[in-house]
Design a protein around this ligand. Structure first.
Ligand code: CP
Ligand code: NVA
Length: 331
């Protein structure tokens, strides 16, 4: 018997030519869709049994061109919770690793699986791949974006301190993939996002401009400042990420110099609101972007944040594959 969550239905829809819905950037969502995904993820977390096997027999292809702990395991676990079979495809064992064009790989995988998650370097290459895929493609991190992370981050803020609109999110450090996606997420949720970055390490100006434009409807504000204290003062959440992202290892020494001072310390946290939380996408470097006392301290929510990757990944898979963004429990 086939129902809305049955994988054969999803794949038939894909083959019938209906364009698939991808998740490549946060900004591809409407504010309503973003809120629905967080709400769906929270319901899945509260009542996991209600979603068990909701996409029974489905298949999820996972390709990671860079290392991963959280994203890889949360996608595999989310797929298993939904009754799907995760297929971990090592790039060095795929023909794509020997030069098969991504557009051919996308068309072939589309005939075989119900969704594809890919962690790679170039966002443009991922978008080209997705344009050839008949099934949903999910960005598992690129050099420019980390949209799955931002969903878990804002879910964690909402869980810890309540409604997101009007909240002040301070980001301290590199204007990288994680920062870009947080800006887009804050813009959808109507937040005040203040980023403190050293000169030359600001987030993508096109992303900032588009987020400010979106903020005209949602009430969001996006600010870039130099001084971490100016960002942290009055914040509801303080966020940081590594100084040197995957693929930037050759710049490590220059970055260590540039980011000196862009450290989340207990004193910086004391400038935030009394109930403010600390977030980090992880992996963290204690003694670089964050001090031990903060990440291990009472305001840290990093383990909840890491767990919430599972529930948000599960919500994204469910919504994209079934087309059901309301997410009524299946039993
Ligand atoms: N935060 C995050 O994406 O972690 P991984 O690199 O371990 O997937
Ligand atoms: N900015 C980091 C995030 C890791 C999850 C990186 O790209 O390496």
């Amino acid at each position: 018997m086939s129902g809305p969550g049955d994988s054969s239905t999803a794949n038939q829809a894909a083959r019938a030519g209906d364009p698939p819905r991808h998740y490549l950037t946060v900004a591809s969502l409407t504010p309503d869709e973003f809120a629905r995904l967080i709400s769906l993820a929270r319901r899945m977390k509260e009542e996991p049994a209600a979603w068990r096997d909701a996409i029974r027999g489905g298949k999820l292809a996972l390709i990671f061109d860079k290392p991963s702990t959280r994203t890889r395991v949360s996608f595999e676990a989310a797929a298993v919770n939904l009754g799907m079979h995760p297929l971990m495809l090592r790039p060095d064992e795929l023909q794509i690793g020997r030069g098969e064009p991504p557009q051919d790989t996308a068309r072939v995988l589309s005939r075989l699986v119900d969704a594809i998650a890919w962690r790679t370097f170039s966002q443009a290459r991922l978008e080209q791949f997705a344009s050839y895929s008949a099934v949903p493609v999910i960005n598992a991190l690129t050099d420019e974006h980390h949209p799955c992370q931002a969903l878990a981050d804002l879910m964690t803020i909402e869980e810890s301190i309540g409604a997101l609109a009007g909240r002040r999110l301070a980001y301290v450090g590199d204007g990288n993939n994680v920062a870009n996606s947080l800006i887009e997420a804050g813009a959808l949720a109507g937040m005040h996002v203040v980023l403190a970055t050293p000169e030359g390490y600001e987030p993508d100006p096109a992303i900032v401009a588009a987020a400010r434009e979106r903020g005209r409807q949602t009430g969001a504000r996006i600010e870039i400042v130099r001084d971490p204290a100016a960002a942290a003062r009055g914040a509801d959440a303080v966020y940081t990420d590594v100084w040197t992202s995957m693929g930037e290892e050759a710049e490590r020494e220059a970055r260590q110099r540039a980011f000196r001072g862009y450290v989340v310390t207990p004193a910086l946290m004391d400038l935030a609101r009394p109930a403010a939380i600390f977030l980090h996408c992880l992996p963290a470097h204690r003694g670089e972007e964050v001090e031990e006392a903060v990440i291990e301290g009472p305001r840290s929510r990093v383990w909840d944040e890491a767990e919430n990757r599972l529930w948000t990944e599960q919500a994204v898979l469910y919504a994209l594959i079934t087309g059901d963004w309301r997410g009524e429990p299946v039993r």
